[in-house]
Structures are given as C-alpha cells and as structure tokens.
Design a protein around this ligand. Sequence first.
Ligand code: HGY
Ligand code: MN
Ligand code: MN
Length: 418
Amino acid sequence: MAERTSESAAAAVDEARLWDRHMEMAKIGATPKGGVNRQALTPEDARARALLANWAQELGFTCAMDDIGSMYIRRPGTDADAAPVMTGSHTDSQPSGGRFDGIYGILGGLEALQAIEESGNATRRPIEVVNWTNEEASRFGSGCMGSQVYTDPAKLDGMLAMKDLEGVTIAEALAETRAAMPALAHRALKSPVAYFIEAHIEQGPELEATGNVIGVVTGIAGSRRFEIQVHGEDAHAGTTPRKRRKDAVRSAADMARALFELMDDPEDTVRFTIGRFMVTPNALAVVPGHVLFTIDFRHSEEEVLTRLGDQIEAVCQRNAGPCTVTMTETRRAPTKSFAGPVPDAILAATQRLGLAHMHIFSGAGHDARYMADLCPTGMIFVPCEKGISHNEAENAKASDLAAGARVIADTLIALANR
Ligand code: HGY
Ligand code: MN
Ligand code: MN
C-alpha cells in the first residue's frame, strides 16, 4: 500500500484513464464536427448521467440526486458527520459545444477521487463530486440552475416551471431523465458543504499563450441577461408598402446596431452578445410581426454593468420605429472574487507539484459563482487549445487535464483533513 500522502494521491492520477473517460463521454451527443450536443435534461444528458453514475458505483462510491437533478458522487470520510469537501461542474453542453467544457470538472474530480482511493488516503471529511443540472442555459433559461437552487432552495419551484422552446418544463424533462437513469438516493438541497472547488478549461487563450498549466482563478465577471421582444405586424411581402409595415426584423436590427454602438468600449473590456435571434413566422414572403432576441452582457465591474445595462431598454425603445418592444431581465449575477482557504490550498498544491501557474480572472460563468455564497470556494483552470470553447473545435491536452486532476486530488486531501 502506497504511503498515505497527498503526493501519493497525485501520483496515482492516471492520464490515459482520464482521457479515455472524456472520449467515452464525448460519444454521447457527438456532433459531426467533433463536438457534443448534450443539452440539459435531454436523452443525451440522461445517458451521460447514467454513465457517470455507473462509473462511480463501479468504484465503490455512492451517488445521490437532489430535487433539481444535480448528482452527488460521494467517498465517505472517517467522520461521517463532517460536512463534505465538494468538487465538480456540469455534464450539459451548448448545442455546438466541446468535449471538455463542464465535463472536465466532473471527470477530473472523479479521477482525483479514484486516485485518493487507490493511494489509500483516508480523509476526515467525506469528498463529493457534483454534476450541477443545467449550467449552460442553452435549453432552459437561467444558467447555473443546479448551484442556484442548491444554495437558494426557494428558487426550486420557479425553476421547475421553466419551459424550453417546445414548451417542455424542467419538471417534465427531469422526470424523463430520472426514468432513464438508475434510481439514486435523495440529497437535500443546501446540505452543509465545507469547501467547494471547481476545475474547468479556461475557455480563453491566456494559459496556453503564457506556457502555464494551472490557472488559480481570482474571480468571475458579473453578468446581466435580457430577453427583448419586438412586436410588429405580419404582412404580405409583395403588397405591403414600406410606410404601412410594422417590420419587427427592421426594428430589431436597428436596436441591435444601436446596442452594439453603446457597448463597443474602446478598451474592449465589455462582453456583449446577441446570441439568439428568433423571427416569427420566419417565412420568406411574410413581413415578420415578431422578433425575440437575447442579450448576454458581462463585465468585471458592477458599475459598468449598471451604467450600460440600465440604458438597454431606452436604446430599444428609441429604435422601435412603428413596432413596440418589451424587455425582461432574465438574470443578474454579481461579480465574484475568490480568496481564502480554497485558492490558498490550490496554490499550495500547485507549488508542491511544481506546475507552472498564474492567477487568472474568469470571463466565463461557473457554478462556483453561486457556491461562493454557501462556503469557501475556488477554481482552477487548465489550458484549452487557442482558447476556443462553446465551439465543436474545443480541444485540450491529456497531460494538462491530468495535471489539473493532480492539483484537485492534492487540494481535496488538504481540505478534507481540516
Ligand atoms: O456562458 C458561460 O460563461 C458558461 O460557459 N456557461
Ligand atoms: Mn462550463
Ligand atoms: Mn459553457
């Protein structure tokens, strides 16, 4: 039996096994260009969840599920009453997502847990690997749904009632997902957690460009999300004069142009995206009477989010022309900073393992944003090729994924013995 040290756990991390699990998972929802389409609570997500539960149970770990469908893989500690140390991320993907976004935080955590088990490291606290439901918000509105509901159970009923574009509710999709998986024990929302650490690919170019393997994450940019509906009037494309048109696309296009002008800051620090633009009735010979478009607006400074975000409605009204416009702010998530025992433990582990590292701020959102409201929280990043993500070409190196799992293993042991 190897000596019971965190170094022995890090040494037990198996690069090939970790890569193979990623490739196995990437077969679920695989897309033609080498990515994945595994949107929240779809049959593909259910298959990924079932595979994850199967791997966990084969390793002798238990697996539970909470009321929003998040999964908790658990290795017991010597003190059964101690609050666990938790790590993890999400199985769900964007419609044209990559093979590493989200799933790395789960499979890296599972690899760390297996390495801790194989190196015979008993820990005082239980250790858990979590799969948060619906982080991506590609199918169902609000993102980071699992961690939002876990840390604020009052949000559960509202989230369960949310519908996708086909009118399917989260409650209905969750029931189908449960039916497609092995029955799991129930996990109560907001059960105590001692520490949370999330591993993720950077989804940006900095680590690769600077030759660093580990990013010790200092915080997450704040974000505001909106839905804009433009109401015009369907009309005949051939017989309706311009002066009588209430063309929702023309007005929405004017709004979009004006919004881009508002958000184009010279320093290029504002992240402003119109990602969804839905035209109804979306027919060749009909002047469209309705457009729905979404806004994803992010910045590291709350003052900028307020100052620019509060102008969005007026800009849309000014460019509505003969149409009317309604705006709904679907989510505002504050900027979060990570400091204290978890980032400190991550840094200590990274230094012990002799890995090139840097401190890095996250423009991408993660469940760690919400867990930071419940317990001491931190994140690590590993590089991804050219920073490409939310794209089927997303790629990473097996050696970097394994290095991150070693840091997770070492950090989990350090925190689980506190
Ligand atoms: O949108 C995000 O930042 C995350 O990747 N879902
Ligand atoms: Mn992600
Ligand atoms: Mn993502």
